[in-house]
Design a protein around this ligand. Structure first.
Ligand SMILES: C[S@@+](CC[C@H](N)C(=O)[O-])C[C@H]1O[C@@H](n2cnc3c(N)ncnc32)[C@H](O)[C@@H]1O
Length: 246
């Protein structure tokens, strides 16, 4: 089972290519709008330095990039994703919001980031890394492109601890979400696959272990909404140790 999911992850962008037209509306419906609150939490963890260059990996239709475009201390946001159709929808949203001067969305692999070493102030990655066939490679790449003192903000689904919430969560993720998602998107099993990637993903301490292995430090795992998702924070060591800006 795990191997099957891992194999599909290698080409998960193809799934996103086919569900792109309904992705945004399903996202807001299926998350009951909570995803908007989660994006706000992510913004609160941004460093306060001026003129930040932010890269949003697995940007999809660019919701995080667009949200960040409202932040004054961000100079430029570059989004990368492997799905052309998701990027196309995102580009239209960037145009509609009139933020083309600040946000660019392009095809790019989160496990092979098309940027130089030590060139990025902040990396954001929301609900993408569980789709990477090799999350450790993604984290190693994040470490490589971050400037010393730079920060990684990674949001991903996790499993709640509370027994009753966990029961309700599994019912929702295993039954309700795949049923609605597959029906509305018209894809035979995209949302069944998405649920499986959530349940097989290393979350909490295990994920912090991967971040630590990549070289990131000052690690945090902040559970959001009963632990349905978690916001992870990690920093690349600053040369003088003074580049953390909360
Ligand atoms: C669940 S969507 C998340 C989109 C967006 N970040 C959001 O929060 O709505 C996951 C995205 O990851 C992208 N993806 C999967 N593997 C990738 C990779 N190796 N590099 C870049 N993007 C990838 C998919 O194409 C898809 O658009």
């Amino acid at each position: 089972m795990k191997t099957q999911i891992d194999d599909r992850k290698k080409e998960s962008y193809k799934i996103f290519d086919s569900i792109a037209p309904t992705y945004d509306s399903l996202n807001h419906i299926l998350s009951l709008g909570i995803d908007i609150l989660w994006r706000k939490k992510l913004t609160k963890k941004l460093p306060t330095n001026k003129k930040l260059f932010v890269v949003d990996l697995a940007t999809g239709t660019g919701d995080v990039a667009l949200h960040l475009s409202q932040e004054r201390n961000i100079q430029k946001i570059q989004g990368f994703d492997l799905s052309r159709n998701m990027i196309e929808i995102g580009r239209q949203k960037v145009k509609n919001k009139k933020v083309e001067h600040k946000v660019s969305l392009d095809i790019g692999d989160g496990m092979n980031i098309p940027l130089k070493d030590n060139s990025v102030d902040v990396i954001t990655l929301s609900f993408g890394i569980r789709n990477f066939s090799n999350p450790q490679k993604g984290l190693d790449e994040i470490y490589r492109v971050l400037k010393p003192g730079g920060r990684a903000l990674i949001m991903e689904f996790s499993i709640p601890k509370n027994y009753l919430i966990k029961k309700a969560y599994f019912f929702y993720f295993r039954k309700v979400l795949p049923w609605i998602g597959n029906k509305v998107s018209g894809h035979k099993d995209a949302y069944t696959y998405l649920n499986k990637t959530v349940e097989s993903f290393p979350y909490g301490k295990k994920f912090l272990g991967l971040m630590n292995k990549a070289g990131l430090e000052k690690l945090e795992a902040n559970p959001l909404t009963f632990g349905i998702s978690t916001l992870y924070v990690g920093n690349k060591k600053a040369p003088t140790g003074n580049l953390s800006h909360d």
